[in-house]
Ligand binder design. Structure first.
Ligand code: DGY
Length: 322
């Protein structure tokens, strides 16, 4: 009887996924809440044919070389910026991800952050809890209106479209977008208009970011971009932290050159508790929870397991990156 292929699962993903994977391999699951260190991960993948990784695990060429028999890296995320894709391709290692199933949950968080930041839910709730709710104040906690305003979507992929749908159909927002190519579905359904980034920044009341993180989008939002936005504008990021120059964002929020921001992603993650962004009342920060619903995480676990199992047996992946 031939030995089962070894697989390292770098975190306790939902049981649904672990139960699917277990019968197909000799599986070791990293039991800790925090990720294995790069050196521990390197030891763990030695001798493995499959790896389940998370967005917190850096998977680069040297790591892959520590596992010469590695055939499949199944990332428990749609984003794959934690993996050196050319390095994997060069080594004939398949990469899988989990697209589609977290679209709606992520769009829900983009809208949640947008609403919370725009209507000052964050600082007003903190004020109430901390004893600063003195009276009904006609001038207190004034936010911005939403209905009929203009939404700028940066990156009109699945999640950008789902976010735009909610805000267009729910609040009657006019939709502008920037993307590498035109998006006929968004143009037809939402009457969305593709514009240059500068136009989007100048005309939008809300700017919501949904790009991948890559060499072109790293630092896409810096001082120059925030300076082009309206003083009443609200900035939302549910993509990846490094898309934003956080020092520039903090300055724009502190000096009120923009109204507020809602972030589900930061750089680094976790954002250290002494970071300035936490001190700004006009900045709402969530700890990267966009896909954190029971059903969504189970759906991600299912695709992740399917990809892993297919990769072990040389079959096409459910969702393949390379
Ligand atoms: C992803 O999948 O890339 C999200 O950031 C986490 O669910």
């Amino acid at each position: 009887m031939s030995a089962k292929p070894r697989v390292f699962v770098a975190r306790r993903i939902p049981d649904l996924g672990l139960d699917m994977i277990a019968p197909h391999c000799d599986m070791e699951v990293w039991p800790e809440l925090l990720p294995p260190s790069p050196s521990v991960l390197k030891e763990k993948v030695n001798g493995c044919v499959g790896l389940v990784s998370l967005l917190t695990d850096r998977i680069d060429g040297p790591l892959m070389d520590a596992a010469p028999g590695l055939k499949i890296i199944s990332n428990f995320a749609v984003g794959v910026n934690n993996i050196d894709i050319p390095a994997a391709t060069a080594r004939n290692i398949k990469i899988g991800n989990t697209p589609g199933v977290l679209t709606e949950a992520t769009a829900d968080i983009a809208v949640t952050l947008l609403l919370a930041a725009t209507r000052r839910l964050w600082d007003s709730a903190i004020d109430a809890r901390e004893g600063r709710w003195f009276t009904w104040d006609p001038r207190g906690w004034l936010g911005q209106d939403l209905s009929g305003r203009t939404l700028g979507i940066v990156g009109m992929g699945r999640i950008g479209l789902a976010t735009a749908r909610r805000l267009h159909h729910g609040w009657g927002m006019k939709v502008l977008y920037s993307a590498r190519s035109p998006k006929p579905e968004a143009e037809k359904e939402l009457k969305a208009t593709r514009v240059e980034m500068d136009t989007l920044l100048a005309e939008s009341d809300f700017v919501s970011v949904h790009t991948d993180l890559n060499a072109d989008t790293k630092g896409l939002f810096g001082a120059a971009q925030f300076a082009k936005m309206k003083p009443t504008a609200v900035f939302v990021n549910t993509s990846r932290g490094p898309v934003v120059d956080q020092a520039a964002l903090a300055k724009a929020l502190r000096e009120k050159t923009i109204f507020a921001a809602g972030l589900d992603v930061t750089d680094p993650e976790p954002l250290p508790k002494e970071h300035e962004l936490y001190t700004l009342p006009n900045c709402v920060i969530a700890p990267h929870i966009a896909s954190a619903t029971v059903d969504t995480r189970n759906a991600m676990a299912r695709i992740c397991a399917e990809n892993l199992i297919a990769g072990l047996t040389g079959r096409p992946l459910t969702a393949s990156v390379n």
